[in-house]
Ligand binder design. Sequence first.
Ligand code: GRF
Length: 212
Amino acid sequence: MLKVVVCVSGGGTNLQAVLDAIDDGRITNAQVTAVVSNNAGAMALERAKKHGIPAIVLSPRDYPDRSSFNGAFTRKMLELNPDLIVLAGFLVKVPAETVAAFDNRIVNIHPSLIPSFCGVGCYGLKVHEKALERGVKITGATVHFVNEGMDEGPVIAQKAVEVRQDDTPETLQRRVMEQAEWVLLPQVIDDIANNRIFVENGKVRKEEKEKI
Ligand code: GRF
């Protein structure tokens, strides 16, 4: 059984998608053992509690400097000892020491087709504002492994979503969530939990289920 820790900062709709998929069997061999948030007011924490999952607050604000937060975050992750860390709208940069301790065991969901509209400062609604500004006709979501960079680790899966002429950042964000993020993240967790994802030479290979 894959032990999953989900890190969140806000609404937690991606967390909810994962919990729902575990409940209805779209994700097998996995359980969420803790939810960690840097934001004590995150709705995501309520979603965790409703599910009887430990909800932990760990914020850089509660530490004198970034390196003490980084140490505390890494120690907490080692103590929770997950098989997989899922960043589902987690707005804090994961410390390099955590990345080193959980090599290829941290995944992030980003609401664009990486390498478009990603990197430092490109998160939340800003991603969709940039997509609309650029006038792209297709956008989507990406799940990738996390390395020391920002949105730079090996891509695991992507799903495209159509941009409509009358989209606002808000309508586009909602469609990307509904059509891509909430579908893709559970699929990837199920793939990892069932040993279908492999990293080779910095690239991800997916072993498809045997076709009958
Ligand atoms: C999602 O768009 C996710 O891709 C991004 O932050 C947002 C989080 O939304 N990284 P939620 O907290 O899961 O509702």
